[in-house]
Design a protein around this ligand. Structure first.
Ligand code: OSB
Ligand code: MG
Length: 368
């Protein structure tokens, strides 16, 4: 596959409802999309970083810079036998995994179309339907949170994740458990605690959560291992895992029992599959995380979630929870059993709505 042209663009998509975590509130997403052309085919990728460097160091601005000045010049005009060749080529660039993932994943889309198979199939996935959970942000009041939880349960979602931080944790979980004692529930702290909070973190065991996600430092493994020895609730790592090597080390030292795989955070499909393989070999369950993606990133997450190690419901949910109108057709929908049917047509499996994308584009630049 010879890449003849790459276009990057930034779109702005207002969220249907603000999304708040321990590190801040998002109301409008700024998303950098990559459109790659090769062999007369078009592939799409999405940079999944946040607007500010609060989840990771990447922002739309850093991704634009790394794509324009390094990744795109390194790929244009080159012959690629498979999309998985990109990851080793990008290795000399340290970090910037979300920028790398957008370009690599666009080539996976093209490779799948060339071979006439779905992205899921190209990856080696087998599930025809994937189980879905939802991630519900911090709300203005606990009552609003309880209402939202009920709405998502009524829609069929298989597990509920809530965000926690000091001041919005034990009391909130207590209220949730009083109302819905039996649901599959988990909490995500986005690195809001330290080991000094151990007494508080120990209280989480009361709520028999499926897991607590990333309670400690965004790059930490060591303290997570210490914490896991002190609490019964399984720890799930998100921010700390950037590669299969990180996953191996985390498992070796007992830093957690579950891993959240995000395509952007680990640098694309090739790396994500390696993380999956490392975890599967050690019987560590994984699930697919979300970054408030547009339909393009969402379609990629759906394909990834079909791998056999993705045994827990992910944060991959319906388009309508995020956008009044998505940028793909049809939009992603979730059935009454809380599952998404995996598309079987070649490539992404959804039609990219270029007309809609043009309307929300604020800048673009092409190469080649
Ligand atoms: O920690 O999983 C996270 C969103 C933005 C940044 C980090 C996280 C999240 C989510 C939302 O939890 C998942 C989604 O619905 O896309
Ligand atoms: Mg998380």
């Amino acid at each position: 596959m010879k890449i003849s042209r790459v276009e990057i663009r930034e779109i702005r998509l207002p969220l249907v409802h603000f999304f708040e975590t321990s590190f801040g509130r998002t109301t409008v997403r700024r998303i950098v999309l990559v459109r790659t052309e090769a062999e007369g085919l078009t592939g799409w990728g999405e940079v999944t970083c946040g607007e500010e460097p609060f989840y990771s160091h990447e922002t739309p601005e850093t991704a634009w810079h790394i794509l324009r000045d390094f990744l795109i010049p390194w790929t244009l005009g080159k012959e690629w036998a498979t999309a998985s060749e990109m990851a080793p080529t990008f290795k000399p660039i340290r970090g910037h995994n979300m920028a790398k993932a957008a370009l690599e994943n666009a080539l996976w889309d093209i490779e799948a179309q060339m071979k006439g198979v779905s992205l899921a199939k190209l990856l080696g996935g087998s599930l025809e339907e994937i189980p879905c959970g939802v991630s519900i942000g911090i709300q203005n009041t606990v009552e609003e949170l309880l209402e939202k939880i009920q709405r998502e349960l009524d829609a069929g979602y298989q597990r509920i994740k809530v965000k926690i931080k000091p001041g919005w944790d034990v009391e909130v979980l207590d209220r949730i458990r009083s109302k819905v004692p039996r649901i599959a529930l988990m909490a995500d702290a986005n690195s809001a605690y330290t080991l000094a909070d151990l007494p508080r973190l120990k209280l989480l065991d009361r709520f028999y959560l499926m897991m607590v996600e990333q309670p400690l430092g965004w790059e930490d493994l060591i303290d997570h291992a210490k914490l896991q020895r002190e609490i019964a609730t399984p720890i799930c790592l998100d921010e700390s895992i950037h590669s299969a090597d990180d996953a191996r080390k985390a498992i070796e030292i007992g830093a957690g029992k579950i891993i959240n795989v995000k395509l952007g955070r680990v640098g694309g499909f090739t790396s994500a599959r390696q993380v999956h393989d490392v975890c599967r070999a050690k019987n560590v369950p994984v699930w697919c995380g979300g970054m408030l993606e547009s339909g393009i990133g969402r379609a990629h997450n759906i394909a990834l979630s079909t791998l056999p190690g993705f045994t827990l419901p992910g944060d991959v949910s319906a388009s309508r929870r995020y956008w009044t109108e998505d940028i793909i057709d049809p939009e992603v929908t979730v059935g009454p059993q809380g599952t998404i049917r995996v598309p079987t047509n070649a490539g992404l499996g959804y039609a990219v709505n270029l007309e809609r994308i043009e309307k929300v584009t604020v800048r673009k630049e092409s190469f080649g």
